[in-house]
Write a protein that binds this ligand. Structure first.
Ligand SMILES: NC(=O)c1ccc[n+]([C@@H]2O[C@H](COP(=O)([O-])OP(=O)(O)OC[C@H]3O[C@@H](n4cnc5c(N)ncnc54)[C@H](OP(=O)(O)O)[C@@H]3O)[C@@H](O)[C@H]2O)c1
Length: 367
């Protein structure tokens, strides 16, 4: 196997931690001695051993003189576990190949220096883009204290998210829908506007085998969420947080008694202030949010500049008619004023396609 293949394996291992390590990063590690893999590991669970220590634990032979391939710069601080740099030095690792540096400004590059000072050869940047992609949620959270927001929707080739009767089950095929469940498993939170609850009564759970349910966050300025809604009725089993501007304790208690948590958020332009909400959610360790709309909330979220990336499932179908589009709101007057997206990735998902892009805000102007 080549250098790159060892790092590819470390990346694949890192992905096994999805849904279990938030708000920590996904990290994978492979130890190689004389061209043979002697240990593999990944960060499996928040608060537990880091990838490097799991790879060392996995070794059946001495790791002395081995090369460590690790997707993220090893940590150098005493957190829930001791520093990985110590383990690397104590075990006599000869060389460390790192995918990407730690984006935490207080950390970046410090471990590299420490390892080098102990005579360990260090290479940084192998498969860097792939390794950076692994930690996109962590990067946003650790540098801003706010959650990474992925706006996701499914639409037809003519841009409809339902038929003219409002029917929307299903737009995409089974494979795409299974991918959505995997994404729900990865994110700490899932967020919708109150109209989506009123119209669809969704459960917003993760229906993947051994999947983890994200915290359900409802943007509901005036507490219009019905008490009989699924998200309320199941709030004792799956967390439901309602972001509202209502301060009336009796009204709030009706939801709290059913297990919901109320987040009091000030209003901006007649709705809850999404920037403030992101700050509050960050303080609650919510590192990433899957925004599942609908169109009104999607537009507000883009306008408030809280969305980091947009994920669109496109089904090879055409509905026509007057149905809603995935982003509503005031819109922009001219094509040049559109919200710009970059770094577009496209994959096929069964009979559908998934397109994902990062959001660039510099050109946003309202009409
Ligand atoms: N195909 C898909 O992928 C998909 C995904 C989701 C939804 N949908 C569809 O979308 C439809 C609902 O969309 P919708 O546009 O009518 O409503 P929505 O976006 O689900 O909810 C909008 C409501 O959220 C509340 N809200 C609270 N804070 C807000 C803020 N800062 N900005 C904007 N709204 C805020 C507002 O009411 P208050 O201010 O009174 O609270 C607003 O009227 C449903 O029919 C559903 O089926 C489709």
């Amino acid at each position: 196997m080549e250098d790159i293949q060892f790092m590819q394996l470390a990346i694949a291992l890192a992905k096994k931690g999805k849904g279990h390590v938030n708000p920590n990063p996904l990290v994978g590690a492979v130890l190689v001695k004389d061209g043979t893999i002697i240990g593999k590991g990944y960060h499996e669970q928040y608060g537990q051993l880091h990838a490097e220590r799991n790879a060392l634990k996995d070794c059946k032979v001495s790791p002395e003189g081995a090369v460590l391939y690790v997707t993220l710069e090893p940590c150098n601080h005493h957190g829930k576990t001791p520093p990985c740099t110590e383990a690397i030095i104590e075990n006599g690792i000869a060389k460390v190949v790192i995918g990407t540096l730690d984006p935490n400004p207080q950390m970046a590059g410090k471990s590299v220096k420490i390892l080098q000072e102990h005579g360990i050869e260090v290479v940084v940047g192998m498969l860097e883009e792939e390794c950076k992609d692994l930690i996109r949620v962590f990067r946003k959270y650790i540098t801003t204290g706010r959650p990474y927001v992925l706006m996701k929707y499914a639409m037809t080739m003519d841009g409809k998210i339902a038929t003219y009767t409002g029917a929307s089950k299903w737009i995409t095929g089974e494979k795409a829908r299974a991918c959505v469940q995997e994404t729900r498993n990865e994110f700490s939170g899932i967020m919708v506007g109150v109209n989506t609850v009123l119209k669809d009564d969704p459960s917003l759970t993760c229906r993947m085998e051994n999947g983890r349910n994200p915290i359900r966050i409802i943007c509901d300025t005036h507490l219009r969420t019905p008490l009989h809604a699924q998200v309320v009725q199941t709030a004792k089993e799956v967390p439901t947080w309602i972001a509202t501007a209502v301060t009336d304790t009796t009204k709030k208690a009706q939801y709290e008694n059913l297990g919901c948590r109320i987040l009091e958020v000030p209003q901006k332009d007649g709705h809850i202030d999404l920037q403030v909400l992101m700050r509050l959610l960050g303080e609650e360790n919510v590192d990433g949010i899957l925004l599942e709309g609908g169109g009104t909330l999607n537009w507000s979220a883009l306008r408030a500049e809280i969305v980091d990336a947009v994920q669109t499932y496109i089904a090879p179908k055409i509905f026509g008619g007057t149905a809603q589009s995935p982003v509503e709101g005031a819109g922009v007057a001219l094509p040049d004023e559109g919200i710009r997206l970059e770094n577009t990735r496209c994959i096929s998902c069964g009979e559908d396609y998934r397109i994902e892009s990062d959001v660039v805000y510099t050109c946003l102007q309202e009409s």
